[in-house]
Design a protein around this ligand. Structure first.
Ligand SMILES: *[C@@H]1O[C@H](CO)[C@@H](O)[C@H](O)[C@H]1NC(C)=O
Ligand SMILES: *[C@@H]1O[C@H](CO)[C@@H](O)[C@H](O)[C@H]1NC(C)=O
Ligand SMILES: *[C@@H]1O[C@H](CO)[C@@H](O)[C@H](O)[C@H]1NC(C)=O
Ligand SMILES: *[C@@H]1O[C@H](CO)[C@@H](O)[C@H](O)[C@H]1NC(C)=O
Ligand SMILES: *[C@@H]1O[C@H](CO)[C@@H](O)[C@H](O)[C@H]1NC(C)=O
Ligand SMILES: *[C@@H]1O[C@H](CO)[C@@H](O)[C@H](O)[C@H]1NC(C)=O
Ligand SMILES: [Zn+2]
Length: 512
């Protein structure tokens, strides 16, 4: 035990004593125990990394802080990873470990979605204050927005468009109104267990949020700024490369002109390029074209063909294809098998990055998405939350070196698991299964960048066993399992290493 043991230990200890006394030699027992501990240390994620002297020193500093925070949590029984993120967020921000993780160069974000990457405050304080912004409340009570001049035609869901600028002028308390907008843009609430009693309720709000912000983020000038500001937020969090799941919905202009998907891909390319020029050490972005898993086969067939076309046109930008949205209520991957086999049958290499196993329903057709992701040659697996329930898939995916993208806060907020110490990735971390940590839609969960998810993974999922080796491995994995070309990976790794060495030096010099 590294930290003071829980109560109930004494009984266990006396039991041990009996065993010790009845065995011939206490040293052999101690030796056997030591060997088991060593073996498990070697197995866990990062366990085989050999730290340099300075890293060892940094590790000692980090682990001393981690132990102190764990010990305190055991005393107060207030451990952020075991609490709902909305209630833990303030506590996390006070954590020294968290503040170190913020400074840590984390490499790449490999599982994030196009419009979940930038704090929603920006949409309220910047985007809704731009001229010609209209809103309406649909018959289902969901907000919608649209820029247009003159006022665009009213969609069937709305009574009429209201010009926000005019509406604000008549308000008594604009601050109050703006915070109500913000509540429409995130899942954050004081009492999440009450507000979101089950997965259906939380998913329905989750989907409503993307519907609500859609009219804001798909307005061409906002679209550009959103990408730039989103990259800024990740860059500030020491993330230097992103692979975005992007749906490439139509982007529109003030006069109603609508742009093609090619235009959107070109815009991503241009903005990322501009961002890179202004931000030393930033590597770039790639897109994983995505459609939603409630669509029928004919729609997805077209999407797969579009993905092939986009990849051919933009080989450096479009990396592959994925199906997104709630797995439990969507079609399973197998349902789309004909569509998903098209590239292979044509000898076309379209990499897949399937979300799979984001479910608690073991043994259902949805739960089998993990099997199908494997046999459809998914390059990585989004979430893979149910992987430990599928030993054969687990073994084969490991052999094929298919990593899972673990998004702890997303899994908790969307109610797959409540105490993150119980996250199935704990088993996978302990065995050293290939994985990366990502944040899915941090803006919707009230998080930012990758640091909050790294905190949950490091403190909660990895437990006391995870040290600097685990963190280093996770950061390196994010480059290793990216779709950058080998030569780009080498360059990225070099940039990361320089930043890592600075980070380690700072940490090692920290007064204890
Ligand atoms: C929004 O932010 C952009 C920079 O991204 C800035 O140029 C613009 O003035 C801002 N608009 C408002 C209304 O705050
Ligand atoms: C406006 O509402 C906020 C709460 O959203 C409150 O804190 C503030 O005092 C109100 N301002 C006025 C002038 O009533
Ligand atoms: C969403 O915004 C509208 C308009 O201000 C407001 O009436 C509603 O209460 C907000 N929804 C939430 C969940 O706060
Ligand atoms: C609509 O606006 C865009 C961007 O300002 C412009 O390029 C385009 O020519 C306009 N189209 C029409 C039909 O006015
Ligand atoms: C598939 O869905 C699309 C769009 O929702 C619809 O237009 C089309 O008729 C559907 N096709 C079949 C075969 O059901
Ligand atoms: C998966 O890979 C195998 C072996 O390379 C290949 O035979 C098969 O067609 C691939 N399947 C798909 C869907 O790409
Ligand atoms: Zn996702």
């Amino acid at each position: 035990m590294l930290v003071g043991g829980p109560s109930g230990r004494p009984a266990f200890r006396s039991l041990l004593l009996v065993v010790v006394m009845s065995s011939c030699s206490a040293t052999s027992l101690a030796e056997e125990r030591k060997q088991l501990v060593m073996r498990e240390k070697m197995m866990q994620i990062g366990g085989r990394l050999v730290l340099k002297k300075e890293e060892e020193l940094a590790n000692e500093k980090l682990m001393a802080l981690k132990k102190a925070e764990m010990k305190q949590a055991m005393k107060t029984q207030q451990f952020p990873p075991s609490m709902h993120f909305f209630q833990a967020k303030n506590l996390i921000e006070k954590s020294e470990v968290f503040n170190i993780l913020k400074k840590m160069p984390k490499g790449a974000a490999l599982h994030v979605h196009d419009f979940g990457i930038l704090s929603m405050d920006w949409l309220v304080s910047n985007v809704t204050y731009r001229p010609h912004c209209h809103f309406c409340l649909t018959r289902n009570g969901v907000l919608m927005f649209k820029f247009g001049h003159p006022t665009p035609p009213t969609p069937p869901e709305c009574l009429e468009w209201i010009l926000l600028e005019k509406y604000r002028q008549k308000l008594q308390n604009v601050t109050e109104f703006d915070s109500s907008l913000l509540r429409n843009f995130t899942l954050m609430t004081k009492d999440p267990e009450v507000t979101y009693a089950n997965q259906d309720i939380v998913w329905s709000k989750f989907e409503a949020i993307f519907f609500t912000i859609s009219g804001l983020v798909h307005y061409a000038p906002v679209f550009r700024d959103y990408i730039f500001q989103g990259l800024e937020e990740f860059y500030q969090d020491n993330v230097f490369y992103l692979e975005l799941r992007a749906m490439l919905f139509p982007v529109y202009e003030l006069n109603g002109t609508v742009h093609s998907q090619e235009w959107a891909v070109r815009t991503y390319t241009e903005v990322a390029c501009m961002f890179r020029k202004k931000h030393p050490g930033f590597i770039g972005i790639k897109l994983i074209y995505s459609d939603r898993r409630f669509q029928n086969v004919s729609v997805i067939t077209k999407s797969v063909q579009r993905a092939m076309m986009l990849q051919t046109k933009f080989p450096r930008m479009v990396a592959g294809f994925d199906l997104v949205g709630r797995e439990d209520t969507g079609h399973c991957l197998y349902y789309y098998k004909e569509a998903l086999m098209i590239p292979a049958l044509q000898g076309f290499k379209l990499p897949y990055f399937f979300h799979a196993g984001e479910t608690d329903w073991q043994g259902t057709s949805i739960d089998r998405n993990l099997l199908d992701a494997l046999i459809l040659n998914s390059t990585r697996v989004g979430h893979g939350f149910a992987l430990t329930k599928h030993p054969a898939v687990w073994i084969d995916s490991w052999k094929k070196d298919i990593p899972i993208e673990v998004c702890p806060i997303s899994n908790q907020v969307l109610k797959l698991v409540s105490d993150l110490r119980d996250h199935p990735a704990a088993v996978l971390m302990a065995t050293g299964y290939p994985m990366v940590i990502s944040s899915d839609d941090p803006a919707v969960f009230g998080a930012k960048g990758l640091s909050y998810d790294f905190y949950e993974a490091f403190m909660g999922i990895g437990g006391m066993a995870a040290d600097l080796r685990a963190l280093k491995q996770l950061a390196m994995n994010s480059i290793k399992y990216s779709v950058l070309l080998d030569i780009e990976k080498k360059a990225a790794m070099k940039i990361w290493e320089e930043k890592w060495n600075d980070f380690v030096a700072d940490l090692a010099r920290r007064p204890s």
